[in-house]
Design a protein around this ligand. Structure first.
Ligand code: NDP
Length: 283
């Protein structure tokens, strides 16, 4: 019996998510659901990595036959540097969240932006010809710009507390549909989609944007999610936003795109979002 178990274990392809901290990660649960639904045998664990220990952790996992790994904070740039080959979206994002180990090489990808786009589209948010406002200019924003541009919006305004960071981002992407500004500069403009990609919600804060950015048909998205509504979602509702969505779907969406990179099948996202939402509400 013990032999059968260990044989089964050996047959399952091995995957990991690396981070520090990592205890909070829901990636193993999400990938297990995807794998069960698609009848694919995988063994997906989480691993805490000490700062400075990322490269040796990955190399050790590869030597044990690991097939791939997800990477979360603060190692996405280490993963970029360690990759032998990058997708365009990872290269432009300057960060890697999905590693594939194949034939002695390390392939780096970034599925965060695609996860956001999938979630927006599955919530019936129109991106084509839309005027999009992104609040924030950190790592998450770098990852979402290319997949958002691929949806052919009319324009993407990136507003940030530190305006120079938004300007640098726009220069890096060099696309005339992008423009950078400070929060105050959005006064008098309206948008079809507003994405809060600041970490302000994590500390219970609201980015200081004028209420005038909210049009009657605007969809507001907060990359942060939790048991309670985020301050941004609450504020957007109060201002009359027609649709508000939190970042749980982005989390599941990026995992789904990683899963499809590894297994060539795009899993069903919606039932997993519902299961996770219920688990978050319960505890
Ligand atoms: P970064 O630390 O790289 O960037 C943080 C951004 O938030 C910066 O633009 C910063 O502005 C801004 N900011 C922080 N505090 C405030 C505040 N009080 N008021 C206004 N702006 C503020 O973080 P990331 O880009 O990696 O992540 C951003 C958020 O997105 C995080 O909350 C993260 O949890 C979430 N996220 C969610 C994902 C999901 O799957 N749902 C995936 C990835 C990220 P400044 O430049 O001026 O410092």
């Amino acid at each position: 019996m013990v032999i059968t178990n260990s044989m089964t274990q050996q047959k399952s392809d091995q995957y990991l998510v690396y981070g520090n901290p990592i205890k909070q990660s829901r990636s193993p649960d999400i990938h297990k659901i995807f794998a069960d639904e698609n009848k694919i045998a995988i063994n997906y664990q989480k691993q805490l990595v000490e700062l400075g220990g990322f490269d040796s952790a990955v190399k050790s996992f590869i030597s044990q036959g690991g097939k791939g790994a997800n990477v979360t904070a603060p190692f996405k740039e280490d993963a970029l540097k360690l990759s032998d080959s990058l997708t365009e979206r990872a290269s432009l994002a300057g960060a890697v969240n999905t590693l594939t180990f194949k034939e002695g090489k390390i392939y780096g990808d970034n599925t965060d932006g695609e996860g956001l786009v999938q979630d927006l589209l599955s919530n019936d948010v129109t991106l084509k010809q839309s005027r999009i406002l992104i609040l924030g200019a950190g790592g998450a924003v770098r990852g979402v710009i290319l997949p958002l541009l691929a949806q052919n919006p009319k324009g993407i305004t990136i507003a940030n507390r530190t305006v120079s960071k938004a300007q640098t981002l726009c220069e890096n992407f060099n696309d005339e549909r992008l423009n950078a500004c400070g929060f105050d500069d959005t006064t008098g403009q309206t948008f079809d989609v507003i994405i809060n990609a600041t970490s302000a919600s994590l500390s219970g804060d609201l980015p200081p944007i004028p209420a005038s950015v909210i049009s009657s048909h605007v969809a507001c998205y907060d990359m942060v999610y939790g048991k309670d509504e985020t301050p941004f979602i609450k504020w957007a509702k109060e201002q009359g936003a027609i649709k508000t969505i939190d970042g749980l779907g982005m989390l599941v969406g990026q995992a789904a795109v990683s899963f499809s990179v590894w297994h060539n099948v795009m899993p069903d996202i919606q039932p997993v979002i519902e299961r996770l939402r219920a688990a978050i509400q319960a505890g």
